[in-house]
Design a protein around this ligand. Structure first.
Ligand code: F6R
Length: 254
């Protein structure tokens, strides 16, 4: 079943409430976080709600999905920078509990092993936020990535580099590789929320609906996870079979 909302603001309100609930129930919750355009309204809304409700996030831990290889944390297009800009800097998080892969490490393979081990030693993440690439990637697990993969280094596909070039001044500046949590790491989350917005993702979602479970379309691995929720706006859901779409009642806007 797909949960369809009128727009990305409605999705953000819904998810902000869910994140708040998780943290209130367990102030030491471990969250799996994503970056990208899809997540921006969600973090903006959550920051606003958390400030208004004085939510205590000081004991929350987080693991981000991925980071570009070769970009320092302070680089304006690094995912580390993104997370500080959109979420971490606005609330009283404990910086030592917030983890992203290190795009500058010289010990990449060891770093990848340590990252997956750290997720496991925290008992896995309570909720994993995900966006999806137009080619079906989750994290930076590009088509063909084995479903039993753990954190690893990936060569970014041309399509992903072109899609992400909108954040850079030129195509040449888009990194060619990244460190990403593996699909097995993602599937180890107790709850997964995939958010898909925009007309440009409608065909990707149709492929998800019509296809089976295949490594050619990495996000079809989510069909193997019993507690996955797929939240879409009307534009992303426009090609889906309407009988598979549920439209939750809308909360009043604050
Ligand atoms: C980001 C990530 C990616 C994005 C995906 C969609 O941390 O892991 O999988 O979620 O590329 O990006 P946007 O939201 O920019 O369309």
């Amino acid at each position: 079943m797909f949960l369809v909302f009128p727009d990305s603001d409605a999705i953000a309100r819904h998810l902000s409430a869910r994140l708040t609930e998780i943290i209130r129930n367990d102030p030491q919750a471990v969250l799996g976080l994503a970056t990208g355009g899809t997540m921006e309204p969600i973090y903006a809304r959550f920051v606003q709600d958390a400030l208004e409700s004085r939510l205590d996030v000081s004991q929350v831990s987080s693991f981000n999905l991925d980071e570009y290889v070769g970009l320092a944390a302070a680089h304006p297009q690094s995912y580390n920078h993104y997370m500080h800009q959109h979420l971490f800097d606005h609330l009283a998080f404990d910086e030592s509990r917030l983890r992203l892969p290190d795009g500058l490490t010289t010990q990449l393979e060891q770093h990848c092993r340590d990252y997956s081990d750290a997720i496991a030693s925290h008992g896995g993440v309570a909720l994993q936020l995900l966006g999806v690439g137009t080619n079906g990637h989750i994290g930076f697990n590009e088509p063909g990535t084995p479903f039993d993969s753990r954190t690893h280094v990936v060569e970014l596909s041309e399509r992903t580099r072109v899609d992400n070039s909108r954040f850079f001044d030129s195509m040449e500046e888009v990194p060619t590789s990244a460190v990403t949590m593996g699909i097995q790491d993602i599937l180890s989350a107790r709850e997964i929320v995939l958010v898909v917005t925009g007309e440009h993702k409608a065909r990707t979602m149709l492929n998800y609906q019509e296809g089976g479970i295949t490594e050619k379309l990495p996000f079809t691995a989510l069909k193997l996870h019993a507690n996955t929720h797929i939240l879409l706006d009307e534009a992303a859901a426009s090609l889906l079979d309407d009988t598979l779409c549920q439209r939750p009642p809308q909360q009043a806007c604050a």
